[in-house]
Design a protein around this ligand. Sequence first.
Ligand code: CAA
Length: 395
Amino acid sequence: MFFELTEEQLAVRDAAREFAQKELKPGVIERDSKMQYPAEQVRQMAELGFLGMMAAPEYGGGGMDTLSYVLAMEEISKVDSSCSVIMSVNNSLVCWGLETYGTEEQKAKYLTKLAGGEWIGAFCLSEPEAGSDATSQRTTAVDMGDYYLLNGTKNWITNGGKSQLHIVMAQSHPEAGHRGINALLVETSWDGVTIGAKEDKLGIRASDTHTIMYSDVKVPKANRIGEDGFGFKFAMKTLAGGRIGIAAQALGIAGGAYELALEYSKQREAFGKPISKHQAIAFKLADMATEIEAAKLMVYRAAWLKDQGMDYDTASAMAKLYASEVAMRHTVEAVQIHGGYGYVKEYHVERLMRDAKITQIYEGTSEIQRVVISRSILEGQLYLPVYSSSMEHRI
Ligand code: CAA
C-alpha cells in the first residue's frame, strides 16, 4: 500500500490551508453570527481555482484528481464549513455531474462558467415531501414538444439564492416512477424562478440555503441531462461522488476541533499542570486522533477508488457515515475539553460542533448511508479490503 501524497497534492493542501487560515479565519465568527454570505471569500476561492478543481482545463477547471479536492475541502472545513459547502456543491454535484453526463453544448455553455466560479451552481433534488425518499419527486417537467414546463418547489437548496444555474430533478412520466424523472439545467434568471427566504440554520449559517419555487418555467429540451428518464440515476451517481466531498468536510471539521482542543489543553493549567497531562483529557485526545485517522483513511480511499475508475458508491457512503459521526462525536469532546470557554463563540469549537451536525443530514442522512451500505452487503456485492489491478472489484 502506498500512502504518500504527491508533490501536487501536498501543494494543493498547503495552498488551501494557507487560504483558510489567512483569509477565512479572521471573519468566520462574524459571518456565522450574522448569517452573512461570504461573497468576497467565494470570489477568492474562484480565483484560486477551488470551485472547479476536478473539471477539465478545457472547461476552465483545475483538472485535478478527487484526492486533491478532498485535501482542499478538509483544510477549508477546518476553518469555515459555510465556504466548504458552497465549494463542495459547485465541484461535485454541479460541475462533476455536468461534465460526466452533459452534452458538449451544455458543457460549453455552462461548465465553462461554473468551473471558473464566474457562475455558481445548485443541485435541486430535495422537496418538502421528498427528502430521503428522493424517488417521490412532486416537481413536474411536462413535455411540451421542444421544451419542458417546470412546476414545483425544492427546499434546503445550498447556493439556492446566489446561483445562476440550478440542476433540477423533476418528474416527466409519473407512471414510470423514478424512471420518469429528468435532470434539467435551469438558469435562475428565467421567468418563473422564485427564490424563497434564506433559512436561519443551526450551523453553516453563512452558506446560502433557500426554498425555490418554479412556476411555469420553460426549459428547452436541449437542457435535459442524458436520455429521457435518466434524472434519478444522474442524481444518485452524482450524489455518490458528492458524499466524498461531505465526508471530507466532516473530516476537516473533526480535525479543526481536534487541533484547537490539543492546543488549548497544552496551554490551560489545572491542579498544577496543563490539562493535557491529566489522563481524563489525554485519553480524549487519543480517541480523537485515532478516530480521525481512521476516518481519513476511509475518505482518502473513497477518493482514490473514484480516481482509479473503480466502483466507489459504497466506499463513499461508508466514508460519509463514519466521518460525519466522528465529526459530531469529537466536536462535542472539543467543547468539553475547552470547558466554559468552549461554550462561547470566540473559541470556535462551539461553531464546529454546530457545523458538524449537518454532515449527518445532507447529501443523504446517516440512515440513508446505512441503507446504501447494507443493500450492497445483502445484495452480495463483495467487500474487498485489499485491491489489485487484476481483481474484480465490486464494493
Ligand atoms: N447509482 C446509479 N443508480 C442508482 C444508485 C447509484 N448509486 N442508487 C440507486 N440507483 C438506482 C437504482 O438502480 C434504481 O434504478 P432501477 O430501478 O432502474 O434499477 C433507482 O435508482 C431507484 O433505486 P432504489 O430502488 O434503491 O430506490 P429507493 O427509493 O429504495 O432508495 C435511496 C433510493 C438510496 C434511498 C435514494 O432515494 C437516496 O439516496 N436518498 C437520499 C437522497 C439524498 O441523498 N438527498 C440529498 C439531497 S442533495 C443535498 O443535500 C445537496 C446539498 O444541498 C448539500
